[in-house]
Write a protein that binds this ligand. Structure first.
Ligand SMILES: Nc1ncnc2c1ncn2[C@@H]1O[C@H](COP(=O)(O)OP(=O)(O)O)[C@@H](O)[C@H]1O
Ligand SMILES: [Mg+2]
Length: 244
């Protein structure tokens, strides 16, 4: 069953090389603005998280340095606090790194990466997702394709869970010799795609919604196609990326 009365559809431009290049550079600017905003947030998070913990640990070490008379037994609780602060800082820094470069992307096959993302989404949100690999996916794909597809699917999953009003949806992936196609389908309440995308032209504005724009920009940069059809019977997001 396909969603009733699709409200709109947005496709990457099929145009010739120059149209594609222009579209990709607009997309790159959009992503750059979004990346700049994310960067500011990350800087704040690093400041409020690990920087505070490392500062705390250093202060405790200063205390010890200025009190050489302290016996090992008295110094032990201070050292325990130093260790706890540093461990927390290390954990936070590791999770920042993980957010940028999900682990082992270079050597993990694409199918396993997508499947792991779906499983992680299920365990974080409580949603259930039917994941189908309709054909085997190629083993050797560029790292940029893995990262793009991971980010795009991450956003599509988040949107289905946050906005569709359903806790069950479907993801399928397939490939031929030239393309990989990933489809996310929910049977939720749907939305007016054209209206939402039109509202989101101001990527740099704080507090805006950037998910769909980010998906569109990533797909454009990879010379792929994004199709979103949505209506009363739900939403289908289809991402097609060239394999080379
Ligand atoms: N699968 C979906 N089902 C229903 N509405 C959706 C779906 N995906 C996106 N939307 C609508 O499109 C809007 C914009 O999405 P997005 O750009 O990802 O921003 P955000 O998720 O931060 O709100 C959402 O606020 C929601 O209204
Ligand atoms: Mg979103």
């Amino acid at each position: 069953m396909s969603p009733a009365s699709p409200s709109s559809s947005s496709r990457g431009r099929p145009a010739g090389a120059s149209g594609r290049t222009r579209h990709a550079s607009v997309a790159a600017r959009g992503l750059l603005a979004a990346a700049e905003r994310d960067l500011q947030q990350i800087i704040l998070d690093i400041h409020d998280g690990p920087v505070q913990d490392i500062f705390g640990a250093l202060s405790q070490i200063q205390v010890l340095r200025h009190r050489p008379e302290l016996k090992a037994g008295d110094a032990a609780p201070v050292l325990a606090r130093v260790a706890a602060s540093l461990e927390r800082a290390l954990g936070e820094i590791r999770s920042f790194i993980g957010a940028f470069r999900p682990p082992e992307f270079e050597r993990r096959p694409l199918g396993a990466i997508l499947e792991q993302l779906v499983v992680q989404h299920e365990s974080l949100t409580g949603a259930t997702v039917d994941f189908t690999l309709a054909t085997p996916l190629p083993d050797q794909v560029p790292l940029s394709l893995k990262i793009s597809l991971y980010r795009i699917l991450q956003e599509a999953l988040a949107n289905a869970t946050r906005h569709a009003g359903v806790t069950h949806f479907e993801v399928s992936a397939k490939a031929n010799s030239r393309h990989i196609v990933v489809r996310v389908r929910d049977r939720g309440k749907g939305f007016d795609v054209a209206k939402v995308l039109k509202k989101e032209v101001d990527v740099g504005v704080a507090g805006g919604h950037f998910g769909l724009r980010g998906m569109r920009d990533r797909v454009a940069i990879m010379n792929g196609k994004l199709s979103i059809s949505s209506g009363r019977a739900g939403t289908i997001v289809t991402i097609q990326l060239p394999l080379s």
